[in-house]
Design a protein around this ligand. Structure first.
Ligand SMILES: [Zn+2]
Length: 279
């Protein structure tokens, strides 16, 4: 199966161009960094950056002041974090400030701050547990990991998948993307609306199929191997689990989901979440 390329920057550029995001923040390799710098020169966007542990930390905005504000906060954050006894209150306040500067809804910023000690996976599961399914495909942020990230419209941890403010924001961005680049928008939607089985960044499976009356029937699955996943970052134990489960799912062609219990054949998939998306 073909590798799926990272499409994230396109959505980000569109969000900035149409004022749906005040500042873009990401980190990149040296090679990508040169590309971003050139792009900023061409588009007259302001860029601030610093180099830290082999990556470029980049802040791009129409406003030089906004880019600098996020840059300053993140530098302070890293300095505080490096200390042996970093002040948690300072870190918490910075998290809140950064979230607001990046234009995230207040409810989601507070959710993040409250759960800042949880792992990314735990935050997602918490928000999923508060949400009724099916969830709008625009809200699919399960592929949050930087080295596994690909198509996504929602780029932060939402307070719930029914968060009204987030749904409004992501729908708006997707509609603009459709006008800017119809083909890309189509591809993004195709991926984001696939039913997902989710445990963590290494164990996320996408199904090309249909979910109806508690049964998911599929003819193809996409595993982390289909995406730009850096396999060196998976430990052997996880890798063996991933390969085993991929095989079972590929052979099965269907999943049963009843009252939150997920079954493949006769065995139950513990701790996994199944997510079905709507238009
Ligand atoms: Zn929210």
């Amino acid at each position: 199966m073909e590798k799926i390329l990272v499409k994230l920057p396109l959505i980000e550029w569109v969000a900035l161009k149409y004022n749906l995001k005040p500042v873009l923040r990401f980190n990149s390799s040296a090679e990508e960094f040169i590309r971003y710098k050139k792009l900023c020169k061409k588009t007259n966007f302001n860029i601030k950056y610093f180099f830290y542990q082999g990556r470029y930390y980049i802040y791009i905005s129409k406003s030089r002041n906004m880019a600098k504000k996020v840059y300053d906060c993140e530098k302070k954050y890293l300095n505080e974090q490096k200390k042996k006894f970093g002040n948690q209150k300072v870190l918490e306040d910075l998290d809140r400030k950064i979230g607001i500067l990046l234009g995230y809804p207040e409810c989601c910023v507070e959710f993040f701050v409250k759960n800042r000690r949880l792992s990314n996976e735990e935050r997602i599961v918490l928000a999923l547990e508060k949400s009724r399914q099916p969830i709008k495909f625009h809200m699919n942020n399960l592929h949050f990991n930087p080295f596994y990230s690909f198509y996504r419209i929602l780029d932060y941890f939402c307070c719930s998948y029914g968060c009204k403010e987030s749904i409004k924001k992501t729908k708006k961005l997707f509609n603009i993307l459709k006008k800017e680049n119809r083909n890309e928008a189509k591809k993004i939607k195709e991926i984001l609306q696939l039913p997902v089985l989710f445990l963590n960044r290494f164990n996320t499976f996408l199904f090309v199929g249909k979910f109806k009356k508690g049964v998911l029937k599929y003819n193809k699955i996409l595993t982390p191997f289909n995406f730009n996943l850096n396999l060196k970052k998976i430990n052997t134990e996880n890798l063996i689990k991933l390969i085993k489960l991929s095989k079972i799912l590929k052979n099965s062609k269907s999943l049963q989901i009843k009252n939150g219990v997920i079954k493949v054949g006769k065995s139950t998939l513990k701790n996994f979440k199944f997510i079905n998306w709507s238009q």
